[in-house]
Structure formats: structure tokens, C-alpha cells
Ligand binder design. Structure first.
Ligand code: MG
Ligand code: ZN
Length: 488
């Protein structure tokens, strides 16, 4: 999909679709007024008829408008200055309204939004358009993607063009990265295996000079003493992979940000087998890993002058005669021994060894991303990602990045008081706490392996995919992470 920004005179544009808004009192912004004049008041007449709903974000498509635009998508704005959340609603609604046409120009940048300039607006519009256009077609015999191939954002003034352009680029890259993550997330477990993820990472490195990929196989992991990681993969016929993608945009000496993604390509729960209902959704248990791929893709597009390492902990969690059993005790790479009380708490087992491994990059910051706990879904639902950090400054930066891009997180406590629920009679630590505060105790488990650096953990079990009719990966938290990294 092609994104661009330009100062677009609506009476001269020749797009398949122009997006304009009308406020609660049926008033247009500048381009809407110009278009209304160019159509001899036709658009205003339609509005007076009351065909456009009064709810913010309602849309109405006008076809065969006798004037410069082939189609016009009318979007209902608000009463006065919009909040950022309201503008996002308009961006989303209008993107869904135009995704069926081959190109569109949005004039919504003419609206006023609290604490946001037109660059921010452009970013939101491009992000929404890129996300709306995505469709999973790979496993259908005849499905076609959405036709929208060209999306233009209008810059209200020439002096804003550069900033609007930059906003469009950022939003487009966040959307493209999210869509990479969605595609990997949506792929079924019989296609998207650890080996498949490794080959994707190798292919990405082949295409881009600034990226190198190395893959640690089972043997290498064994020699590093990754007993926790391998306790998860050993029940499966699919070999595990620890994938390292290094993006080198900064100077050689610049400390990298290391992203760690949980990549359980299918989680049956292992011997602690999950119930059957919705078990298919456990193909999404690699969405953390998918988001790391998404971020890498966005970085390759934007080429920022920073160093970022993406580590993907890929394994399949299966029950078998070789699988780990409840009560088994394993030794992690850190030397800490772990009693596995529940084989379905496997994410933290692959992640803890990967967090130990991450130290070798001498990171400035490490952020892991994981569909870690059902408890996080109970706590926050699917709107907010659960955020934990061992430094409040990092937490604040990530929260702010999420707010800016509309991919929000909420900080949860990583207090010492919770740690004792992980005490084991038989090993240094057990892999689950009790029924209470399950997302917190999972984070507490990881914290013990991340003591040597500044670290945050994003529990995306609620935000990474939708269930029901809209079942599918969301691509979160790619926008949040890209926003954070670009702000560095
Ligand atoms: Mg599990
Ligand atoms: Zn899992």
C-alpha cells in the first residue's frame, strides 16, 4: 500500500474517494465547504436530509457525486474540538469506509484535536488506513485482499507538509509492522512452527543490509544450559529455535534495546492440558514473537539511527511421552532451579532463559512481550496491555508511547510482597503462584531473571488477538513499541 501526504485542492483532486467530516451542527471544514460549493450545495443538501447519523464516527458514502470526487465519504465529527480518542474513532470509521476503493484522500487533518498537531493526526489516519486494509487471505483458495492501495493525507497548509509527511510515514510503518505481526499470528500452528519463524527471520536479514539473523538450535541451547527453555519444547516433534535479529541503525558502540518475544507457536498446555473450548486460539500464543517481527519490519522501513535486537523464543508446547510433567525440576541458564508445577505456565520458562541470554548484548533496556497469562485478560480485558517494569522511568516512557499512538498499556505492580508466592519446597522457585494475581506473579517470576538491566514486561494476553466473529491477531503492541523506539 502506498501512503503519501500533499496539499490537496479538493476541487481539483481526482481520487476514487474523498473523506470529509461534518460536525454536530452540519458544518464542514475548509475542504468540505469547497467541495460543497463545487457540487452546487449537493453535500449540504444530503446532510440536511439527515442521512448521516448523528453519532460521532457515523459514515455515509455518496456515490456518483457530480463534481471533482468520484465518491465522498462523509464522517460525523463532534461538537467543537475533538479529543484524541474521538479523532481516532473518526480515523478508524473512515478507514473502514474507504477500504473497498482503490484510493482515497483524507481531509480530516483540518479538524482541531486537543494537544495534537496535524502530524499526529496524519499518523493516526495512516495507521488506521493501513490496519483497516489488512485481510488474512493466505489460506483461502479464492479470497482477495482489500482494494485500497493508495492513501493520501491532506496537509492543511504548505508549511505543515513536511511534518504531515513524517506523520504519514510513521503511521504507515506502524500499520505495516502490525500487519506483519497479524499475518504471523493468524497463520495456523501447522504452518507457523519455530522452524518457520526462523526461516522468516533469515529471509528478512537476506533482504536488508542493516539486519542480521542468527538462530540457536536445540544443541546450542543445550550447551548454554537453557534447561527451562528446553523443558517446554521437549514434548514436541517440532524443534525449538532461539532467533536473534539484530538491527544496526546506530553506531557500533550504541547500547541496543533488546526486545524479547514469546513464541509458543502452539500451546496445548502440555501435560497440564488445556480444556478444548477455543483451544484453536492457542496458535496466537506466539503473538509476542510476531510483534518483534513487526517492529523489526517497521524499523527497516523507517531506518532510525538506533540499535535494536529482537529475540524470539520459539517452541511448541505439546503433551507426549517426552513432555515435562508437573513436579519436574529443571535448571535454567541463570543457574536457578525451577519446579514446574504447571506445564501450561510455559511462556515464563522459555522467556527466563532468553532474558538471561539477552544480557550478552549489554542492553540499554530489555522489553519482553508475551501472551503470558489468562489472569491479565481477567484484570484488564482486551483494551489495555499489562505493563510491568523494574524502573518507573521506563514504565512512564512506554505508557506515554502507548497513549500517543492509541495502543495503550496500564502499569501493574511489581512489588516484592508478591514474590513469596513463588517459593518452592523443592527448588529455588516454582513456575506458578496461587490463583490470585496471576499476571503479577508471572511478571515477578520473569523479574528474577532480569535483575541485571532495566527491564519491562508487556503482558499482551488480552490485547494481542480478538475472539468471536472478529477472531484474529491485532498486531499490538507494535505501534506502542515503534513509537517508543523512535522517541529514543
Ligand atoms: Mg500455557
Ligand atoms: Zn502459553
Amino acid at each position: 500500500m502506498q501512503f503519501s501526504a500533499k496539499v490537496s485542492d479538493i476541487s481539483k483532486q481526482r481520487n476514487a474517494c474523498a473523506i470529509i467530516s461534518a460536525d454536530a451542527k452540519n458544518r464542514f471544514s475548509a475542504s468540505g465547504t469547497a467541495l460543497d460549493q463545487a457540487t452546487n450545495g449537493f453535500i449540504g443538501k444530503v446532510l440536511k436530509r439527515g442521512d448521516l447519523g448523528s453519532k460521532l464516527g457515523s459514515t455515509l458514502l455518496l456515490n456518483l457525486v457530480d463534481g471533482p470526487a468520484e465518491r465522498v465519504l462523509l464522517v460525523r465529527g463532534g461538537d467543537g474540538i475533538l479529543s484524541q480518542a474521538e479523532f481516532r474513532k473518526l480515523a478508524k470509521a473512515s478507514a473502514n469506509g474507504v477500504k473497498g476503493y482503490k484510493d482515497a484522500t483524507s481531509y480530516l487533518t483540518e479538524l482541531e484535536v486537543t494537544d495534537a498537531d496535524s502530524a499526529w493526526q496524519a499518523q493516526q489516519l495512516a495507521l488506521a488506513a493501513g490496519l483497516a486494509t489488512y485481510k488474512f487471505t493466505r489460506c483461502h483458495s479464492e479470497a482477495k485482499g482489500n482494494p485500497l492501495a493508495k492513501f493520501t493525507v491532506h496537509a492543511p497548509e504548505r508549511k505543515q507538509l513536511k511534518a504531515v509527511q513524517r506523520g504519514v510515514e510513521l503511521g504507515a510503518a506502524q500499520a505495516a509492522g502490525s500487519n506483519v505481526a497479524r499475518e504471523l499470528g493468524n497463520l495456523p500452528g501447522n504452518i507457523c512452527t519455530p522452524t518457520y519463524l526462523a526461516s522468516e527471520a533469515r529471509a528478512l536479514a537476506k533482504k536488508h543490509a542493516k539486519l542480521t539473523t542468527t538462530v540457536l538450535d536445540e544443541k546450542k541451547m543445550q550447551s548454554l544450559g537453557m534447561g527451562a527453555f528446553l523443558s517446554v519444547s521437549k514434548g514436541s516433534d517440532q524443534p525449538p529455535a532461539l532467533i536473534a535479529m539484530q538491527y544496526k541503525g546506530g553506531k557500533a558502540g550504541d547500547k541496543p534495546v533488546v526486545l524479547v518475544g514469546k513464541g509458543i507457536t502452539f500451546d496445548t498446555g502440555g501435560i497440564s492440558l488445556k480444556p478444548g473450548l477455543q483451544m484453536d486460539e492457542m496458535k496466537f500464543d506466539m503473538c509476542g514473537a510476531a510483534s518483534v517481527f513487526g517492529v523489526m519490519n517497521a524499523l527497516l522501513e523507517l531506518q532510525p539511527a538506533i540499535n535494536v535486537v529482537g529475540l524470539v523464543a520459539a517452541a511448541e508446547n505439546m503433551p507426549s511421552g517426552r513432555a515435562s510433567k508437573p513436579g519436574d525440576i529443571v535448571t535454567s541458564m541463570s543457574g536457578k532451579t525451577i519446579e514446574i508445577l504447571n506445564t501450561d505456565a510455559e511462556g515464563r520458562l522459555v522467556l527466563c532463559d532468553t532474558l538471561t541470554y539477552a544480557a550478552k548484548y549489554k542492553p540499554e533496556v530489555v522489553i519482553d512481550v508475551a501472551t503470558l497469562t489468562g489472569a491479565c485478560v481477567i484484570a484488564l480485558g482486551n483494551h489495555a496491555t499489562g505493563l510491568y517494569a523494574n524502573k518507573d522511568e521506563l514504565a512512564a516512557e512506554l505508557l506515554a508511547a502507548g497513549e500517543r499512538t492509541g495502543d495503550r498499556a496500564w502499569q501493574m505492580p511489581l512489588w516484592d510482597e508478591y514474590q513469596s508466592s513463588l517459593d518452592s519446597n523443592f527448588a529455588d522457585i516454582q513456575n506458578i503462584g496461587g490463583r490470585e494475581a496471576g499476571s503479577v506473579t508471572a511478571a515477578c517470576f520473569l523479574a528474577r531473571f532480569a535483575e541485571d538491566y532495566t527491564w519491562a514486561h508487556l503482558d499482551i494476553a488480552g490485547s494481542a488477538w480478538n475472539s468471536g466473529g472478529a477472531k484474529g491477531a491485532t498486531g499490538r503492541p507494535v505501534p506502542l513499541l515503534v513509537e517508543y523506539l523512535l522517541g529514543k
